[in-house]
Design a protein around this ligand. Structure first.
Ligand SMILES: Cc1cc2nc3c(=O)[nH]c(=O)nc-3n(C[C@H](O)[C@H](O)[C@H](O)COP(=O)(O)OP(=O)(O)OC[C@H]3O[C@@H](n4cnc5c(N)ncnc54)[C@H](O)[C@@H]3O)c2cc1C
Ligand SMILES: NC(=O)c1ccc[n+]([C@@H]2O[C@H](COP(=O)([O-])OP(=O)(O)OC[C@H]3O[C@@H](n4cnc5c(N)ncnc54)[C@H](OP(=O)(O)O)[C@@H]3O)[C@@H](O)[C@H]2O)c1
Length: 244
């Protein structure tokens, strides 16, 4: 699903870690964006001279109840044309975008508890979903497993802590794959946390981030039982290609 074209101004740039940049866009045209949590914006990224621009997608990390100021999270760990283009943008610059795009959205799975599994900037769509979910009272349990490398790579911890304090049915667990000695949380890859889940029959699982992680978590969950599992459509295409 690809809806329309718009123009925004870069309102704020925050480096959350040495690798992760948060961009806040203020909308100019349209003045508000209607979107579902989990959807993304697209950008036309210049390629070699004379060639057509490429399209790159970035998930909206802010919730729909902030329709004028949109937050994106950029990872610099990949040095491709997408990050190269967006990392050069300065506050006050205007930027055209497309969207909202995509169907990686929250589903109504009745009383099923929700498990979000992310690595790195894969947290972006889940931040939008979490803020949306907790806008009104809900009784189901919502858990976030988030895989990062080390203590220096952690961001948004204060707001996740605040959300967990306000909503006892929300909890989050950060797994550090390269933790230093004093880390008291989970150590190892986030997939280990998923391996440790005893049953999945009462869950709806959402997965986003590192491509291999998404595939591995899909396999682990499918081996454990039958529950809805949501990820970007791209992975269904990847699986079809692998099987054919
Ligand atoms: C819907 C969506 C949302 C994204 N949101 C973010 C985000 O919030 N923050 C962030 O840092 N990165 C995000 N990405 C990844 C981002 O679009 C770029 O792939 C990344 O910044 C690397 O850029 P690159 O130029 O090196 O492209 P490459 O990684 O070289 O990508 C090459 C091609 O593969 C496609 N591709 C790569 N990964 C996926 C995927 N998961 N699904 C579909 N196509 C894919 C790209 O769109 C592109 O067409 C998202 C990707 C998708 C598809
Ligand atoms: N909607 C979307 O599709 C969307 C939205 C946002 C971001 N993204 C994508 O998400 C990715 C996030 O990348 P990032 O650079 O921020 O972080 P990253 O480099 O992928 O690393 C974060 C963590 O992922 C771990 N990891 C690597 N491979 C793994 C695997 N096979 N299984 C489990 N964990 C694994 C790393 O562990 P090690 O230390 O062991 O390597 C590290 O702890 C990017 O590729 C971005 O494009 C997609």
């Amino acid at each position: 699903m690809h809806i329309g074209q718009g123009l925004a101004i870069i309102d704020r740039i925050r480096d959350l870690t040495s690798d992760v940049r948060e961009l806040t866009l203020r909308l100019l045209e349209p003045s508000e964006l209607v979107f579902s949590p989990g959807q993304s914006l697209s950008f036309e990224v210049p390629t070699a001279r004379g060639s057509k621009p490429a399209i790159r997608y970035y998930s909206l990390a802010s919730p729909p109840n902030q329709p004028r100021r949109l937050v994106l999270l950029l990872s610099a760990s990949e040095q491709g044309i997408g990050p190269n283009y967006l990392f050069t943008k300065k506050a006050g610059e205007k930027i055209p975008f497309g969207g909202p795009n995509g169907n990686f959205c929250l589903h109504d799975d009745g009383p099923r508890n929700i498990l979000f599994v992310a690595t790195g900037t894969g947290i972006a769509p889940f931040r939008s979903m979490l803020f949306s979910l907790f806008e009104r009272p809900i009784t189901k349990t919502v858990t976030l497993f988030w895989g990062l490398r080390s203590e220096q790579d952690i961001y948004y911890q204060h707001e996740l802590d605040a959300l967990a304090r306000r909503h006892p049915n929300f909890s989050f667990h950060i797994a550090l794959s390269r933790a230093q000695k004093n880390w008291s949380g989970a150590k190892g890859r986030v997939t280990q946390l998923v391996e440790n889940i005893p049953v999945v029959d009462d869950l709806a699982v959402y997965v986003c981030g590192n491509k291999r992680m998404v595939m591995e978590v899909t396999d682990i969950i499918r081996q454990k039982g039958n529950c809805p599992l949501y990820r970007e459509k791209y992975y269904d295409e990847l699986e079809r290609k692998c099987l054919s």
